[in-house]
Design a protein around this ligand. Sequence first.
Ligand SMILES: CC(C)(COP(=O)(O)OP(=O)(O)OC[C@H]1O[C@@H](n2cnc3c(N)ncnc32)[C@H](O)[C@@H]1OP(=O)(O)O)[C@@H](O)C(=O)NCCC(=O)NCCS
Length: 176
Amino acid sequence: MVDWVRLQLNVDEFNDGDFGPYLHGARESGIEFTTFAEVGDSAGHRRALYDLNKTCSADIPERGEFYTYDEYVSRRIDVPSFRADGVMLAIRDGVWIGMSATSLHPAQGYAFSEMTGVLAPYRGQGLSLALKLLAIRFVRSSGYRRLVAFHHPRNVSAIAMNRRLGFVEEASGRPE
Ligand SMILES: CC(C)(COP(=O)(O)OP(=O)(O)OC[C@H]1O[C@@H](n2cnc3c(N)ncnc32)[C@H](O)[C@@H]1OP(=O)(O)O)[C@@H](O)C(=O)NCCC(=O)NCCS
């Protein structure tokens, strides 16, 4: 049994200004930011999201085999918690190079960070921080205060990324 690292962020305490320079810097370098809602929910865009998520997930420790495309659509997109405007995308020269997807759970009163991923050649430049800044703004504007994330204990980079943003260990797990 994996002892998941359960992190949460109080978005009221998050200081956007600390991370704005990462967003600004990425834009200056030619990276565009948009959402799945803005690009439009189409078969081609669902496939592009799947491909990006699958490629990035290959680096998650013990992730195992990724969903088939049909499984991904039925488990991650065609579900009530999916929000097209909660899927942040980073695009460079027309290529989707990064994502941060956040789902909303009104009954439980929290937003959940489903997946943040950056293609390997673009890592280490603050791109995940820029994407998460946009994700946190989405959470706040949706009326939620708590953003939750679960990580495999060996996913050092993802845990460090979220701690850098101010996430702290949750006292209890994701309530279902
Ligand atoms: C985790 C991931 C999204 C980070 O993306 P990134 O754009 O390279 O990260 P950033 O450059 O924005 O770095 C943000 C912070 O994360 C931490 N971090 C990033 N990469 C790290 C690494 N290899 N080792 C340790 N810490 C790391 C650092 O704290 C860093 O801030 P700092 O440089 O100011 O100290 C990326 O490594 C990835 O796509 N991994 C595979 C998918 C995954 O595991 N996703 C998370 C599960 S949902």
